[in-house]
Design a protein around this ligand. Structure first.
Ligand code: NAD
Ligand code: HBS
Length: 258
């Protein structure tokens, strides 16, 4: 009997992470969903359980010990680890001159330190198992371009892209691939908050206008859904992507071209 492959998706109580977890369950993975928000995570786990083998783990990606415990709990529950999706992330919306220590620390601790800790914990497990493995990071169009009032966030996603390249180079000899998905504009709770903060930063804007302006520039004429992102992560988690590593792939409907 073939053993089922096992995936972890961080920050998957809602938004893009939940969409990714759903898709990987449909693909036949056993999936450990994970989030800092226990209540939302428990609800999501019960909603996903009919799709396949799902379990949940509450943790904070910015804490190295939590990331290690997440991998340990996954292996204890499902016997191995094959795919680790560093999806959890937070936004920061502030005019450049007002960026402060608190914002820099929070954003970098979650988006950058979290990705590094998750990658280290997953790679250590793949090496211990003596198997190949796939690490898949959440980057963004903001990791390719830089956007006004999104300076801290853009810088954090550029750092995620750089760590994706470096980890891919260093881990290739262990048959571990490291890639990133770079979504454009998806209507999740993150964009609800970005919209609200952009309106606060520029009172000439009305609620909904920042989202409409960003998504209005998408060549394919509609904003992104979690399914659009999950379709790419499905590919990056599959054997079809075995010869791809170190890439930060845009999945944005035609918004950023590089
Ligand atoms: N929504 C977009 O348009 C968009 C575009 C590009 C990239 N992204 C990236 O995709 C990822 C998911 O975005 P989303 O829109 O679904 O966000 P979201 O805010 O809707 O969901 C993020 C989830 O991560 C969890 N989380 C936050 N901090 C955490 C922590 N410290 N530890 C564990 N979990 C934590 C939240 O509780 C939440 O459930 C993020 O990395 C984001 O930067 C989103
Ligand atoms: C939230 C995000 O990464 C882009 C700017 O939509």
């Amino acid at each position: 009997m073939m053993t089922k492959k096992v995936a972890v998706v961080t920050g998957s109580a809602g938004g893009l992470g939940r969409g990714i977890a759903e898709r990987l369950l449909k693909d036949g993975f056993s999936v450990m969903i994970h989030d800092i928000n226990k209540e939302a995570l428990t609800k999501t786990e019960s909603e996903l359980k009919d799709l396949g083998d799902v379990a949940s783990f509450v943790g904070d990606v910015s804490k190295k010990e939590d990331q290690e415990a997440l991998v340990a709990a996954t292996v204890e529950k499902f016997g191995q680890l094959n795919v680790f999706v560093n999806n959890a992330g937070v936004e920061a919306v502030t005019p450049f001159m007002d960026i402060d220590d608190k914002e820099l620390e929070r954003t970098f601790k979650i988006n950058v330190f979290g990705t590094v800790y998750g990658t280290q914990a997953a790679a250590a497990q793949f090496i211990k198992q003596g198997t190949s493995g796939k690490i898949i990071n959440a980057c963004s169009i903001a990791g390719h371009e830089a956007y006004e009032v999104l300076g801290t966030y853009s810088a954090s996603k550029h750092a995620v892209k750089a760590f994706t390249h470096v980890a891919a180079k260093e881990l290739a000899s262990k048959h571990i691939t490291v890639n990133a998905y770079c979504p454009g504009v998806a209507k999740t709770k993150m964009w609800d908050r970005i919209d609200e903060e952009m309106v606060k930063a520029d009172p000439s804007l009305k609620p909904g206008e920042p989202f409409a302006k960003f998504s209005g520039e998408i060549a394919l004429g509609r904003y992104e859904t979690p399914t659009d992102v999950a379709n790419l992560v499905h590919f990056l988690a599959s054997e079809d992507s075995d010869y791809i590593t170190g890439q930060a792939i845009l999945v944005d409907g035609g918004l950023v071209y590089n």
